[in-house]
Design a binder for this molecule. Sequence first.
Ligand SMILES: *Cc1c(COP(=O)(O)O)cnc(C)c1O
Length: 424
Amino acid sequence: MAKVDTQFKATRNYAREMDDADTLSDFRQKFIIPQHKGKDVIYFCGNSLGLQPKAAASYYEQELKDWAEFGVEGHFQAKRPWFGYHHFFTKSLAKIAGANESEVVAMNTLTVNLHLLMLSFYKPTKKRYKIIMEAGAFPSDMYAMETQAVLHGFDPNDAVIEIAPRKGEHTLHQSDIEDAIREHGNKVALVLFGGVNYYTGQYFDLEAIADTAHEVGALVGFDLAHAVGNKVLHLHDWDIDFACWCSYKYLNSGPGAVGGIFVHDKHVRDKNTFRLGGWWGHDEKTRFKMKKGFKPTRTAESWQMSNAQVLNMAAHRASLDIFDEVNMTDLANKSLHLTAYAELLLRQIKHLKFEIITPSDPLQRGCQLSLLFKSKGKEVFDFLQKNGVVADWREPNVIRIAPVPLYNTFQDVYTFYDLLMKME
Ligand SMILES: *Cc1c(COP(=O)(O)O)cnc(C)c1O
């Protein structure tokens, strides 16, 4: 990994030099940057909704045109035939997830996928039924774990174990995660973690969590909403059992865009792996024989139930075209510098009382920094908003900023800092 430049300077000139030296700077041109008083906003909200790729509109237009021209024949005649539309994402997603092509598919939305995967991989018994997760997980994940426990007849207060930060701390120690898994040992059915915690921005050591889970005989799954398109992932090699994500955050595919799943080949190929059946998960060669007897495809596509939501998925392709052009390691490397620069500048600010609760170690974070304000948090947020910064406010007192390496610049980071310095 590249070393972080320790010569960082809090000047606009320095930020400009960093932008000039940035080999990925052209990617910004591929996105539409929202405007504030005739100027580009400082968009630090890619962790919530990524920006629109300029090419997205033409991808939608293509599908509308093909629908108008071919009607039902578009399933085979369209430029990207709808019959196999989900195939158009496979290669790109495999690269982003660090997976084999047989292990990924774009489908549904995140929480729906989480439940579907739990039906396959949360198989509690009287003795082994516990789910271990991080405390303060995204609410959807909490509700999913709670209701999965109920579905199987368990009391969620007993079945779901949350690992919390130590007293006075905001993030987790890796050793506490591993100790908790070992402590519950053969009672653990599943370890289900976020990749990057949405609130603190902490990135966990997925491989180490997977190793410990497997050591006690549990399966391991990850919600990668904030990790996909942000961190370099090797889901296959890390021996993760399953994972799911959404594509409207760092994958820039638009509001409510299609999610994605990863299922490790060892489970995909296992005839005993249960998945709920639907015609689009059925073997493609015999799909239209319309016969009894569900025969899953030999890929993660077997978790699909319905045919592809083409009009929802068009922008996903526009976005993945951009990811196809970039090496994830280069992207992560720029991200590391950009976030470190933001952190360094923020640490110069003395007149506002806040603490950065995201870990300082680049290995334990992606491109998000969470600022916990001791006072005036909402005033700072409102001030930023009035001055063309799009950040994100989380109750009770946190401003999250995410300098996204695909479209944010060092000058964005500097301007953000300069604004805060000017605030009374
Ligand atoms: C954004 C996010 C979700 C969103 O779930 P949807 O089903 O796409 O609405 C779920 N989990 C986490 C951790 C998230 O960050």
